[in-house]
Design a binder for this molecule. Structure first.
Ligand SMILES: CN1c2c(nc(N)[nH]c2=O)NC[C@@H]1CNc1ccc(C(=O)N[C@@H](CCC(=O)N[C@@H](CCC(=O)N[C@@H](CCC(=O)O)C(=O)O)C(=O)O)C(=O)O)cc1
Ligand SMILES: N[C@@H](CCS)C(=O)O
Ligand SMILES: [Zn+2]
Length: 767
């Protein structure tokens, strides 16, 4: 029989219950016991959804209170000493690593958090010491959760991030020099002990995620896969059978590193169906293939006929007992259930499948292959009808958009003059001081803002009342920026629910949801809008608020837009049209918005592109260059309609540009604001090496944590930056928007930031 399986399920719950519980715990409104009991309730609910859907292999330990990698850091005794030295309760120590801790005389920032491969999910980076010691927690999480499921009558397959990926995705702590992969010898005994415990608890199989195998790996890292899994295999029946899982790419280039002595190998056949033959050819004699045919990264209904054909190809070669039907990756990246969407147009809703519906899909595919299509005839017929309806729908096609795309000219990609001419004009008209201070756009999205927006959405207040409320919010943030003495103001983005969803809701060609939340990091979620057809802008989207903000400000006010690549990457894109086409449509819509902002008197405009890097194909080569080509062109198309004197900013929440610096330079933005508060200032060296002439604001403090940085800390950071950047190039700003922060900490942090900037302004003025 062909089994069905899921690699991981979203953990927030149908109503973002986990978010609510963790935030209440942090606010002291929920006890730890209540938090843990809510987490347990959610796990049980999610296992039951999968069981009811008919899934044979259900994962456990895919749940996390904040992040699954962070749980493993703690389970392996790999929390850096600055967290363990305070004797915090384990759960609080865990959250301290995730989000920092500034309470009861303890002041420790969070660990670095970065994107999980090319997704919009963030994981906490294992941060390792030269003399790192690993020690397994006496009650490791995967064992606890396996037993919890067992007690509820559900046999699960625990999930662990594998040893090679855990180390490869980690880094040496500040001041340490260890290459994480060199710690493998020390780490492996902990995995062995963990697996023995899982087997003792009754786990027959375990899913070990080694997604780093899809990357281009250093030879040293690639070489350790086989010996690592040989060592584990040598434990024989003492440990569960290993499902070695890869996803988000193909493993053909690393096929010689694929272990042959594991029970099963999982591959992503949604992204890379062409790898099937090579992978089958490289499997061990008895190894099972876990065929990832249901997309874990998007929300389109699976084409069941096509998925069944793929699985049958594998069955023909391996036999039914050696094939498992699976999701391509964890379903963490998809919303909980389509059933919550009461407002979607039924025609469009019929094209979608969220996590709970995907659970049914894997079960149906497995049944079709095991028992033959007639066993699921009704499901297959309904599916074929939906797929056909979407393919032939008029709603996906807009000739006016296509016509405009065909008329794009070369000059539409270029600003009128080069940077030296532009910056001279901008300096003249904006009159900014040395080390200008600014923020990245959003100010705290307070409970009051969310409540008012919710009332407006439900029709409990009128558009006029909501508009007045937003104007008052803008007035308040302008006043606060005056008091803080910032140099370039922002309007604070109070009218926006999210920097992508807000635009999706205002563009034709998009559908948007009411409950389709996806975890982004920790307790934070996003509701990606869905690109269903050709995109265009029916009306200005941000001009009213920016124009109002300009009218009440004595200093330059930045207009704030989300760039075409970020709009695309943080939406669920279409899968029937190349992403470059969708990005170009977005760029044209944004181009009109940029020009309209300028006409409304907004002469500093920031077009955020934080997702540019995340969209990079995971491996270097032709595909990456092709992506960068259309991504850069989309950005340039969106901003190049303005005069030289209008200053274009862009923002990225990271600072690792080494592998695609040419693209960052090619954006030709006048000012870049980037993350640099948690990464090493050495990363700025690339701007020196490449003689980058334009302006840069490397974020001087971390906005993901409620912790307030001291003035001295910020000065130290600026000093480090000045080793790489010229004073006349340097802007002073936080490393991202402030929407997740409270006002008290925001004002305190910005006061320290402005003072630090003034210190350097004075110092350099006298030079
Ligand atoms: C910059 N980042 C972003 C990413 N992706 C995006 N799509 N957007 C981003 O900003 N990726 C990388 C990073 C990740 N960072 C973040 C930062 C912050 C959040 C966040 O704050 N998310 C919010 C939800 C935002 C939102 O859509 N809010 C809506 C709905 C608010 C709500 O919950 N309303 C209540 C009713 C009101 C009440 O009583 O409180 C309800 O619906 O029940 C809005 O403001 O209208 C979060 O809370 O998680 C995400 C990623
Ligand atoms: N302008 C946005 C950028 C976040 S990446 C903000 O400030 O929230
Ligand atoms: Zn950002």
């Amino acid at each position: 029989m062909v089994q069905s399986s899921i690699l991981g399920f979203p953990r927030m719950g149908v109503n973002r219950d986990l978010k609510k519980a963790t935030e209440a715990y942090w606010a002291g409104k929920l006890s730890q016991a209540e938090l843990l009991s809510e987490a347990k309730r959610l796990r049980l609910e999610h296992w039951n959804i999968q069981k009811k859907a008919g899934v044979d292999v259900i994962p456990s330990n895919d749940f996390a209170l904040y992040d699954q990698v962070l749980h493993q850091i703690q389970d392996f005794g790999a929390a850096p000493p600055r967290y363990t030295q305070h004797g915090l309760d384990p759960i609080d120590e865990y959250f301290a690593m995730g989000r920092g801790h500034q309470k009861d005389g303890i002041d420790v920032p969070s660990l670095e958090m970065v994107k999980w491969f090319d997704s919009n999910y963030h994981y906490v980076k294992p941060t390792l010491q030269d003399n790192q010691v690993f020690k397994l927690n006496s009650n490791p999480k995967a064992v606890v959760e396996f037993l919890e499921a067992k007690e509820a009558g559900i046999t699960t397959r625990p999930v662990l991030v594998g040893p090679v990926s855990f180390l490869h995705l980690g880094k040496a702590d500040r001041g340490q020099t260890v290459d994480p992969i060199d710690l493998l010898e020390k780490l492996l005994p902990v995995y062995e002990e963990y697996l023995v415990k899982l087997k003792a608890a009754g786990a027959e199989t375990v899913q070990i995620d080694e997604p780093t195998l899809v990357y281009d790996l250093p030879a040293k890292t690639k070489a350790v896969f086989k010996p690592t899994y040989e060592k584990l295999a040598a434990l024989g029946d003492k440990i569960p059978k290993i499902v070695f899982a890869t996803y988000f790419g193909d493993i053909v280039h690393n096929i010689d590193a694929l272990p042959t002595n594991v029970y099963a190998v999982h591959v992503d056949l949604v992204r890379n169906p062409e790898q099937l033959d090579t992978v089958i050819g490289a499997l061990g004699e008895k190894t099972v293939l876990s065929a990832g045919v249901v997309d874990g990264r998007n929300i389109w209904k699976t084409n069941l006929k096509r998925a069944i054909e793929t699985v049958e190809t594998a069955v023909q070669k391996l036999g039914k007992e050696r094939v498992i039907v699976a999701t391509s990756s964890s379903l963490l990246h998809t919303p909980h259930t389509l059933a919550s969407e009461k407002k979607l147009d039924p025609e469009i809703a019929d094209w979608f499948s969220f996590a709970s519906e995907k659970a049914v899909e894997v079960a149906v595919i497995a049944k079709a292959v095991t028992e033959g299509p007639s066993a699921v005839r009704a499901e297959l017929e309904a599916n074929a009808k939906s797929i056909q309806a979407r393919a032939s729908s008029k709603r996906t096609n807009d000739p006016k958009v296509k016509d405009r795309q065909s008329k794009i000219t070369e000059e539409m990609y270029n600003r009128k003059s080069d940077f030296p001419i532009r910056i001279a004009q901008q300096q003249k008209s904006l009159g900014l001081p040395l080390f200008p201070t600014t923020t990245i756009g959003s100010f705290p999205q307070t409970k009051e803002i969310r409540v008012q927006r919710n009332k407006f959405t439900k029709g409990e207040i009128t558009a006029e009342q909501y508009e007045k409320f937003i104007e008052k919010e803008i007035q308040d943030v302008v006043k606060i920026q005056e008091e803080l003495d910032l140099d370039v103001y922002v309007h604070g983005e109070p009218e926006r629910n999210d920097m992508v969803q807000y635009f999706g809701e205002r563009l034709d060609g998009y559908a948007f949801t009411t409950h389709a939340w996806v975890q982004s990091y920790g307790s934070r979620c996003v509701r990606p809008p869905i690109v269903v057809g050709d995109i265009s802008r029916p009306a200005p989207m941000t001009v009213k608020e920016s124009k109002y903000a300009v009218s009440i400000s004595k200093k330059p006010m930045k207009g704030m837009l989300t760039g075409p690549i970020t709009c695309l990457r943080w939406s669920f894109p279409r899968d029937d049209v190349h992403q470059s086409v969708q990005a170009e449509q977005l760029a044209l819509a944004l181009r009109d918005e940029v020009v309209d902002l300028e006409s409304a008197g907004v002469f500093v405009i920031q077009v955020d592109e934080p997702a540019l890097r995340e969209g990079l194909p995971l491996r270097a080569g032709k595909e990456r260059e092709a992506y960068l080509d259309w991504a850069v062109k989309s950005f340039r198309l969106s901003v190049s309609g303005v005069k030289d004197s209008t200053q274009i900013h862009s923002h990225f929440c990271y600072s690792e540009f080494q592998d695609f610096f040419h693209a960052i330079a090619a954006l030709d933005a006048d000012v870049l604001s980037i993350e640099n508060s948690k990464s090493d200032a050495k990363l700025l060296k690339v701007f020196v090496d490449e003689a980058y002439p334009r302006h840069i604001g490397p974020g001087v403090y971390d906005i993901h944590s409620p912790r307030v940085p001291s003035e001295q800390e910020i000065k130290d950071r600026i000093e480090e930056m000045l080793a790489y950047l010229k004073p006349e190039q340097l802007w002073i700003d936080p490393d991202c928007g402030l929407k997740t922060r409270q006002w008290a900490e925001t004002k305190a942090a910005l006061t320290n930031m402005v003072n630090a900037a003034k210190f350097y302004r004075q110092k350099y003025a006298s030079k």
